[in-house]
Design a protein around this ligand. Structure first.
Ligand code: GLN
Length: 324
């Protein structure tokens, strides 16, 4: 039996609130990251961080937070602010890749005003805020496609909250669907290496290029340099909510910093080079099929053309013949 060879790299992913925030297969994002890592000899260790668990940024290379209903978000918002807030800020200010989906995305912005009940204070990582327009206003539900990095991202959305961006950069422009607020054609938000999006589905299985983008960011950050002590990166919590870190917050943040110096020659310049191309035929066919279903035929053909360039032979002629 072939000996399992030593992983070339090891990455740790902190999965925030796996029991509370896991709608529409969000966990599928973790499975995709793990599988794509595995196929490149990268071991992805996944640690669940629930309510009450501290977040010591030095222990992770990337973080994921999924979506959930209003009633699940409320206790999470409190825990995020009181327990994990400073660790999460420190990680994000230190360019840790973070993927936040829907409800999790809303709680990384300034606040979420649900249809009923008090505002949920957010961490203010994204300069944005979310307002639920009330149960009488239709939810933003359906397939969604956005432009991203000269490519497209596809997924499924279901949210009552509408998110408005302040200075936060959007993840992409809506091609089909509602996106942040069904008004300004923006979708998601980006701050440093933290990515917020409304796209469930789950997102990463049908967007292999985005999955690899996040893995490459984590490799670059964790193997491209020695980690600075986390506590130097503590940022004051978002002022807009008039909340600044109290003594016990900052005291609590003095976690032991274990600088994990791991380095790999050349990874800083081109981490993607360390990700051997995979046969993403199925992924790109699923991506193109969703674009097709949304009537975005040219984008669908483009997606398939890109995957052929990536070395996977596909049935482009079928799409164009059927459509044009
Ligand atoms: N509860 C939030 C809303 O309705 C988020 C929903 C979700 O995560 N899918 O907007």
């Amino acid at each position: 039996m072939k000996e399992a060879s030593e992983p070339r790299f090891t990455l740790s992913l902190g999965h925030l609130y796996p029991d509370q925030l896991n709608l529409y297969g969000d966990r599928g994002n973790i499975l995709t990251l793990r599988r794509r890592c595995e196929l490149r000899g990268i071991e992805l260790r996944v640690v669940g961080l629930g309510i009450g668990d501290a977040l010591a940024p030095d222990e992770y290379d990337m973080l994921f937070i999924g979506g959930g209903q209003d009633k699940e978000q409320a206790p999470v918002a409190q825990d995020l602010y009181e327990i994990k807030g400073i660790g999460l800020w420190a990680a994000i200010e230190d360019d840790m890749p973070v993927l936040a989906v829907c409800g999790g995305y809303q709680l990384l912005a300034h606040y979420y005003r649900p249809a009923n009940g008090p505002d949920m204070r957010g961490l203010g990582v994204f300069d944005a805020w979310t307002i639920h327009k009330g149960a009488h206003v239709p939810r933003c539900i359906g397939d969604v496609a956005i432009s991203w990095n000269d490519s497209t991202l596809v997924g499924f959305e279901n949210h009552g909250g509408r998110t408005y961006l302040g200075t936060a950069k959007p993840l992409g422009k809506v091609l089909k669907g509602y996106g942040n607020n069904a008004e300004d054609h923006t979708e998601g938000a980006v701050y440093r290496n933290a990515y917020g999006t409304y796209m469930h589905g789950s997102l990463l299985p049908k967007n292999p290029h985005f999955a690899d983008f996040l893995i490459a960011l984590a490799l670059k950050r964790s193997y491209g340099r020695t980690n600075r002590a986390a506590e130097n990166l503590v940022q004051p919590m978002d002022q807009n909510n008039g909340s600044t870190p109290t003594a016990q917050h900052t005291k609590a943040s003095k976690w032991p910093s274990k600088s994990r110096s791991r380095s790999q020659q050349g990874i800083e310049d081109d981490p993607v080079k360390f990700l051997t191309p995979l046969d993403d035929t199925l992924e790109w066919e699923a991506h193109a099929a969703l674009l097709e279903r949304m009537g975005l035929y040219t984008a669908a053909a483009d997606a398939l053309r890109r995957s052929i360039e990536a070395g996977t032979v596909l049935h482009l002629h079928e799409i164009s013949a059927a459509r044009e």
